[in-house]
Design a protein around this ligand. Structure first.
Ligand code: PPS
Length: 346
């Protein structure tokens, strides 16, 4: 969580004037624009940050502005993920857990999720908040404030490290992560009038590390290392294990954020109600999913596009055994010695 190597003078604060904010965006946009970039992938060129990770222009600039301006609080909770790793699900689980008193999960008909998607309840710093030349005024949000990001651990806003705020990370099998991205990318590419990408083409780039917020392995290992060093600050979940026992993960999440379930809540079935409320099958049928939209700096996304199959192992329907073996071999080599198992289900 160190500051970006592109120097900025302002210290984290939400009280900044608009002109300075615009200058900051311009300064970072000029820097990033001069960095190496890829062909459109998934549908916009990916720039290589000088810390080695890839992102399209505007979210990378947003992350750098957030690094300079985000005034973190110790009570903040930040969801961190690679795109397509289970972000929508963990956002829903976190929001439903933290707000369970004012919005009981068993009163599903009255829950905010009926009108707001998880990405509207828990905003991304670099895709939704630090965008369009703006520095948002987050100071009036009540504690605990919930945010999300796709940036690697080393590019989290510096103020977040200093504040000791909590980070919830979700890791997913790289092959499912890749296939989920492939499908999502092709939806955007169709809208932009671009040819669809084949799974082989996207896998080739993925193996070279060229993927949004990638390389995949650096991202996972960065948060894993932080979790090992400071488990009370960084929680590390695996999508595949969440699928096997979502209730156990909700309990761990609640304890981690300092809101453990009481015996009364356990007896009342609150944990199971949260799991049901946030389940793929329930969320995909909500009106907010079917007709809602989320404004991201890279474009407007239909909320339904965040839900596809929600399964473990769908990669096998799209990737050849050779490509799968290549990805597995990289994962085994990169995770070797880290204490992190290559697979979330073994
Ligand atoms: S994004 O764009 O980064 O926010 O996408 P993200 O949410 O990380 O990943 C989308 C994949 O997560 C699946 N999904 C879920 N799985 C289980 N439970 C719930 N509630 C849920 N919501 C979304 C979604 O279907 C995508 O995975 P695939 O494999 O493409 O189905």
């Amino acid at each position: 969580m160190s500051s970006s190597s592109v120097q900025t003078s302002p210290s984290p604060s939400h009280e900044v004037d608009a002109e300075t904010d615009e200058e900051l965006y311009k300064q970072f946009t000029d820097s990033v624009s001069s960095w190496p970039s890829s062909e459109p992938m998934p549908f916009l060129p990916l720039y290589r940050h000088d810390k080695g990770w890839y992102s399209s222009l505007m979210p990378m600039v947003g992350a750098m502005v957030a690094d300079a301006r985000f005034a973190a609080r110790p009570s903040d909770i930040i969801v961190a993920t690679l795109p397509k790793s289970g972000t929508t699900w963990i956002k829903a689980l976190l929001y439903a857990t933290v707000h369970r008193r004012e919005h009981p999960a068993d009163a599903a008909a009255d829950h905010p999720f009926n009108s707001l998607g998880p990405h509207e309840c828990v905003n991304f710093l670099e895709y939704q908040l630090y965008t369009n030349n703006r520095v948002p005024d987050l100071g009036r949000l009540p504690d605990p404030r919930l945010f999300a990001t796709h940036v690697p651990f080393t590019s989290l806003p510096s103020a977040a490290a200093a504040s000791g705020c909590k980070v919830v990370y979700v890791c997913r099998d790289p092959k499912d992560n890749l296939i989920s991205m492939w499908d999502f990318a092709n939806k955007f590419r169709a809208r932009e009038g671009q040819e669809p990408m084949s799974p082989e083409a996207i896998a080739e780039l993925f193996c070279l590390g060229v993927s949004p917020s990638g390389p995949y392995w650096d991202h996972v290992l960065g948060y894993w290392g932080a979790h090992v060093a400071r488990p009370e600050q960084v929680l590390f979940f695996r999508y595949e294990e969440m699928k096997l026992d979502a209730a156990a993960h909700v309990r761990r999440l609640a304890e981690f954020v300092g809101l453990p379930f009481s015996a009364e809540e356990e007896e009342g079935g609150v944990v199971d109600a949260i799991v049901r409320l946030c389940s793929f099958d329930h969320m995909i049928g909500l009106e907010a999913t079917k007709s809602g939209k989320t404004e991201l700096v890279v474009g407007t996304a239909a909320n339904s596009s965040f839900f596809r199959r929600g399964q473990v192992g769908d990669w096998a329907n799209h990737l050849s055994p050779e490509i799968a073996q290549r990805i597995d071999a990289i994962t085994e080599a990169r995770f070797n010695g880290s204490g992190l198992r290559p697979s979330g289900t073994k």
